[in-house]
Design a protein around this ligand. Structure first.
Ligand SMILES: [Zn+2]
Length: 194
């Protein structure tokens, strides 16, 4: 898939002579790339089969990914995705919904109307990530990661389960369930729920 690749941060794209990659451990970065590539390739297939979109960028292309960020975080920087780890450092933040969320920012950026500024636009950007994360999970319908409307439940980022609940955002303290005049000044991940 054009322009899709995965590497450790500050390292080279993984390569090898056979089709054995990683060891399945939550602390193994080659395994994190296996998860990342499975996630983004599944998202790519979903986009084509369910939405008629050609690739992540809509014109047959994708973007590179890096793993091993030494932060309890993951992000899209405008041209690539980067994935860190859980607070207890036992799992990489490369579950399918998190990977599809970060590449969802790429979808947002490469879709008319996606570019913009302010927290309301930022909330739409974050919700686009969460929505594409959820529908990619539903497309995969994996018995080991059953489809849901929770964000990051598999990563358990800070030891408290999902980081967001799409079906009831207020399950995270302080996150609003409904739109209000304060959304344009609400933190973007919290604004994503409404
Ligand atoms: Zn995001």
């Amino acid at each position: 898939r054009p322009n899709i690749s995965c590497k450790p941060q500050n390292g080279a794209i993984y390569s090898g002579p056979d089709d054995n990659w990683g060891n399945g451990s939550g602390t193994n970065l080659e395994t994190a790339c296996v998860d990342t590539l499975f996630g983004v390739q599944t998202e790519w297939k979903m986009l084509g089969e369910w939405l008629g979109r050609n690739g992540i960028n809509g014109s047959g292309g994708g973007f590179p990914a890096s793993v091993g960020l030494n932060q309890v975080n993951a992000y899209w920087d405008g041209s690539s995705t980067t994935f860190g780890h859980s607070q207890d450092n036992q799992r990489q933040a490369t579950s399918m919904d998190v990977v599809a969320h970060e590449f969802g920012h790429a979808i947002f950026q490469t879709t008319p109307g996606g570019a913009g500024s302010g927290n309301e636009n930022g909330g739409l950007n974050e919700s686009t990530g969460d929505i594409f994360g959820a529908i990619t999970e539903h497309y995969a319908n994996n018995a080991k990661d059953t489809p849901d409307y929770e964000v990051g439940e598999g990563v358990n980022l800070v030891g408290q389960g999902p980081i967001r609940y799409m079906y009831q955002p207020s399950k995270i303290s302080g996150n609003p369930n409904c739109y209000s005049s304060s959304i344009p000044s609400t933190e973007v991940h919290a604004a994503a729920g409404p």
